[in-house]
Design a protein around this ligand. Structure first.
Ligand SMILES: [Zn+2]
Length: 413
């Protein structure tokens, strides 16, 4: 009898542990207290054209542009209508267009928002490489933020005016190409296509074989206008690719999987928030109704299963009004033992007096951050960067974050 009981116990333990490992490598769906409907919705496409008003021209014929209309309202003032791809939508009105004239002159440009409020400090560029922030004294914002009027000089040469620096899919791919010659990158690949046929790029950072290594996942651009978060990810990766003693030790145990642009359709369409199916991708990490989220989650689970990897940490780079870390509101029993908490306090100390808000949240919504915990019991973090945070600070903080992450994971706290 005693022997029989022991056998049952062993069978039960085997069943439980095998079901655990099965669920780890089988993508599951999740029910949350605040579910979100992520079924396809229709979107309005902007008309791509060159507008001509007297001897002033403006256009939106480039990837990442957003200008829904352009017309003259008095001698020196021109109105630019900015509309979202659909509604309801997050209040992040992205705008981006080019303007030029027969001769050099000063104009007033009225950015007029539908279903949104002025958020991004306007920037200008003559070459799309060097960007200049348009001084506050030249931007008049309506009290209710429904419009903003910019005073600026235009000339025969096209001037880009944009909510943030333009980093479209072509720019991201050029950056990825540039990383291919680094000895620590590999596996460059498209993991699938979007609704409009754009690639979803992936690459790996690591040394030697991936087999059985612990994995850190980096992702960005679920939300098209979130440029400052993407810039942070670029600096973070640049630091991870420095060949030194720390990184060489780090990659003996860890592998980094990078998904740099998850919403290329939305980015090139100049969307405020959604993909080409009109959906916020960072609300779809439960039922995978959208192709982008379906593809990445399947890819991660399958790749981890093949390599016998444990996914231990994910970092999703975003932007918002301030620098914020979205973290969990309580500690969980993860493989990295609440690593994020120790990591963030180290970063805070090293970047002082610059402050980042820590914003704890429950496991209530289908965000990517929550998925990595639910699927893999991984530590995870939404790394939010302020829209207008000084680009040098973004770079400095991201580099500190990368070095500190490697150091803590190798040498402990
Ligand atoms: Zn975001």
């Amino acid at each position: 009898m005693k022997h029989f009981k022991l056998s049952i116990l062993i069978i039960l333990i085997t069943l439980i542990s095998s079901s655990c490992s099965n669920s780890y490598y089988n993508r599951r769906t999740f029910k949350y207290p605040s579910p979100v409907n992520t079924k396809d919705k229709s979107i309005n496409l902007q008309v791509k054209k060159i507008y001509k008003e007297g001897n002033i021209f403006a256009d939106n014929i480039f990837d990442g542009a957003r200008m829904n209309d352009f017309f003259q309202i008095n001698d020196s003032t021109y109105q630019i209508n900015i509309k979202p791809e659909n509604y309801p939508i997050n209040d992040s009105p992205w705008y981006s267009f080019r303007i030029w004239s027969d001769s050099t002159r000063e104009v007033y440009l009225k950015l007029n928002y539908k279903n949104g409020h002025h958020r991004y400090t306007p920037k200008r560029s003559n070459d799309r490489v060097v960007w200049e922030i348009i001084n506050d004294s030249l931007v008049d914002i309506a009290a209710d933020k429904s419009y903003a009027i910019i005073k600026t000089k235009i000339s025969k040469n096209k001037t880009w005016i944009s909510a943030e620096e333009i980093i479209n899919t072509t720019d991201v791919n050029l950056w990825i190409d540039h990383l291919k010659t680094n000895g620590m990158t590999s596996g460059f690949n498209s993991i699938g296509k979007t609704k409009m046929g754009r690639d979803l790029p992936f690459f790996r950072i690591g040394i030697g074989d991936s087999y059985k290594k612990d994995v850190i996942v980096l992702l960005s651009r679920q939300h098209p206008p979130e440029i400052s978060g993407f810039i942070a990810m670029q600096s973070f990766i640049s630091e991870l690719l420095n060949k030194n003693e720390l990184s060489q030790d780090f990659y003996k145990k860890y592998d980094i999987w990078v998904f740099p642009i998850l919403n290329p359709d939305g980015v090139d369409l100049g969307h405020w928030r959604h993909n080409a199916s009109g959906v916020d991708l960072n609300r779809d990490w439960a039922y995978y109704r959208q192709n982008e989220v379906n593809t990445i989650t399947k890819y991660i689970v399958n790749r981890a299963k093949k390599g016998n990897n444990k996914v231990v940490l994910s970092i999703d780079f975003h932007s918002t009004q301030n620098d914020v870390y979205y973290i969990f509101d309580k500690s969980f029993n993860t493989k990295l033992h609440n690593f994020v908490k120790y990591w963030l306090s180290s970063i805070d100390r090293l970047i002082y007096p610059f402050k980042t808000i820590h914003s704890p949240e429950p496991l209530s919504k289908p965000y990517s951050k929550v998925w990595f915990y639910m699927q893999f019991k991984a530590e995870s973090l939404t790394y939010e960067v302020g829209d207008e945070t000084d680009r040098e600070i973004i770079d400095k903080k991201a580099r500190i974050s990368a070095v500190t992450m490697m150091d803590l994971l190798i040498n402990g706290k």
